[in-house]
Design a protein around this ligand. Sequence first.
Ligand code: HH2
Length: 301
Amino acid sequence: MTTARAGSRSKAEIFRPQPGELRCGRITLSLARPLLMGVINITPDSFSDGGQFLDVAHAVRHARQLVEEGADLLDIGGESSRPGAEPVALDEERKRILPVLERIADLGVAISVDTCKPELMREAIAAGASMINDIFGLRTPGAMEAIAGSDAAVCIMHMQGNPKSMQLAPHYDDVVAEVGDFLLSQARALMDKGVERSRIVLDPGFGFGKTPLHNLALLRAMPELARMGFPVLAGLSRKSLLGKISGRPVGQRVHESVAAALSAAQRGAAILRVHDVAATRAALLVQQAIDNDQSAAIEND
Ligand code: HH2
């Protein structure tokens, strides 16, 4: 993996993402601070919110709430990727995604659709999605072309194997180098098809064909991943790694998720994919006040 050397830059400089912009269709997002991507799974079986938002009205209400809580982007998914999950047919995924997407496309935030199916990528972009989040990292034939033929942003995620088998025996000789190399080569292939760098986000894929030790190594290596020259997305929210550390079930991992999100942000993650937007935002505000020394702006009563 090729990364810029730290040289004589200060520690603070090294651990912050280089400010820049992410271009998502009509929406341009500043990367001067970590962005919050609120998750809504329109599935019966997602590992933490499965069955809660299958009803269109519930999903739309939740989307509005996440925006009020401070989400900069929303990520809607119609196919669970939890370990052991069965694939969902295109028609079923489309029926889950499009009715919700059509009703939230004008909420004023960027809407990302979590899918690896090129047909649905195209349909979602036509219906107002400004980002595609692909957990297969654009490996499905036709996926790169679907992005290249649009002005949407894309998140390229790393996964070893597929959701059905990925947690059976994950193996790497050097997890950070292998994940980094995959992400960079997919990003370069996409740029060769004409997609601008400013539309591309990379994601090491926490929990996707990785042991707890692999996940921790990747989190520690976030500064190195962030120096690859693309914004990095971190999705640790409520994941089993956190439960293994704290011993708490999936419904009680807000504290763990906030700690993990803050740690990723401090190490240079540009986008935090979270279920608990309000809690994460409050913690980020404290962190930013400390990092940016805004103490003079805070009233002392
Ligand atoms: N994690 C999940 C799904 N999509 N996309 C990206 N880019 N990064 C992630 O870490 C990521 C993702 C899994 O979480 P969730 O969507 O809550 O669960 P499920 O896959 O069971 O629907």
